[in-house]
Ligand binder design. Structure first.
Ligand code: J5X
Ligand code: AKG
Ligand code: FE2
Length: 345
């Protein structure tokens, strides 16, 4: 298959029947959990118990929802509107902002697509640092409202991510001092840390055989996701299977990424998740990937290591890890895992 087939999405506008290229079989569409009462924890950040609830959810699930998170609903609505405005553009115009092969910014199908035999029923737009360069291609005369809203979103999501990181670390006995390294001293120097990714899942004529976003874990420390009020996100929980994450008005989903799993020396679970599609509603979601400065070495934190807990992973930078992930996908963590026997030997 041509490499561009994994970048250029289908022109969903004109499709009335699910093409074979997008038809997933049952092996890839394993069913949802049979217990409807099993739900991802919803945590009120205003609660005095927030930190310990977050710790518990991160250890058991690797995912939780948060409310009272402080990001104004009006901003989330505006971000959703701008996202819909972007994906409603004619395909020809969106292709002007297409991601280059090997690149990571711009319009296209999610990078993970090439690791699966079938194509995804979705399109995405990745913003790293400033959105201006690509926004100008989409709206030559009228890009400022999009840029202002996305930049404000990056700012707010970044602040909330830092707050959540502190809560998670406090909950396992670390101080802010222990984790200073992941905060850039000057954000302008680290625009690379501000990764905002917009997803679009058009209504689908045959949702049971399609896949919006295939199962994956995120390569971040944490990911914040706003999914509006249309369901679609599912998280995998051992022994239970795929658990749908019910949208809760104004709340955000927080998933633990691979890097958080690494620095917590395996204590926090990186969450396997996917997005399914539906017949009637065009769903969009907004994901903020929070990570450390790109060239900072990330490794299991000292305080997570003792004679009973040997370091499980070797140090990597975010850049290096993204590269490994882009080449080996779900084998990436295994590839940086230290061999415990040789350590002991
Ligand atoms: C900083 C990131 C995180 C990336 C790669 C790079 C830019 C875009 C992100 C996503 C967004 C969509 C899902 C994902 C799995 C994908 O295909 O591209 C993500 C990936 C990752 O978490 O690995
Ligand atoms: O759309 C969703 O619910 C999931 C999006 C996601 O997992 C991602 O962007 O990494
Ligand atoms: Fe994800």
């Amino acid at each position: 298959m041509n490499i561009l087939n994994h970048i250029i999405p289908l022109d969903f506008e004109n499709v009335i029947k699910l093409p074979d290229s997008h038809k997933w079989n049952d092996d890839h569409r394993s069913p949802v959990c049979r217990f409807p009462h099993v739900q991802v924890p919803l945590i009120d950040l205003a609660s005095p118990h927030a930190a310990s609830l977050i710790r518990q959810a991160s250890e058991e699930w690797g995912v939780f929802q948060v409310k009272s998170h402080g990001i104004p609903m009006s901003l989330l609505n505006q971000v959703e509107n701008q996202t819909r405005r972007l994906f409603a553009l004619p395909e020809k115009r969106k292709l002007l902002a297409i991601r280059s092969p090997g690149g990571s910014r711009g319009y296209g199908m999610a990078r993970i697509s090439s690791f699966f035999p079938k194509l995804l029923w979705s399109e995405g737009f990745t913003i790293i640092g400033s959105p201006v360069e690509h926004a100008v291609q989409l709206w030559p005369h009228d890009h400022s409202s999009f840029c202002e809203i996305m930049e404000e979103c990056q700012e707010e999501m970044n602040g909330l991510s830092e707050k959540l990181m502190s809560l998670m670390f406090c909950s396992v006995g670390l101080t802010n001092q222990d984790v200073k390294w992941f905060k850039p001293t000057n954000v302008c120097k680290n625009p690379q840390q501000r990764v905002l990714h917009l997803n679009s899942y058009p209504a689908c004529p045959d949702p049971d055989q399609a896949m919006g976003l295939a199962p994956h874990t995120d390569s971040s420390l944490l990911t914040l996701l706003y999914q509006g009020n249309i369901a679609g996100l599912q998280v995998h929980r051992e022994n239970m299977g795929w658990v749908p994450v019910q949208p809760v008005d104004g709340s955000l989903v927080v998933t633990v990424g691979d890097l958080m799993h690494i620095i917590s020396n395996g204590r926090f679970k990186n969450c396997l998740h996917r997005a399914v599609v539906n017949r009637t509603n065009h769903r969009v979601s907004i994901a903020y990937f929070y990570g450390p400065p790109r060239d900072a070495k990330v490794s299991p934190l000292m305080k997570m290591i003792d004679t009973d807990h040997h370091p499980l992973y070797r140090p990597v930078t975010w850049n290096e890890y993204l590269h490994i992930k882009g080449t080996y996908f779900n084998k990436a963590l295994e590839l940086i895992r230290l061999n415990v026997d040789t350590k002991l030997g």
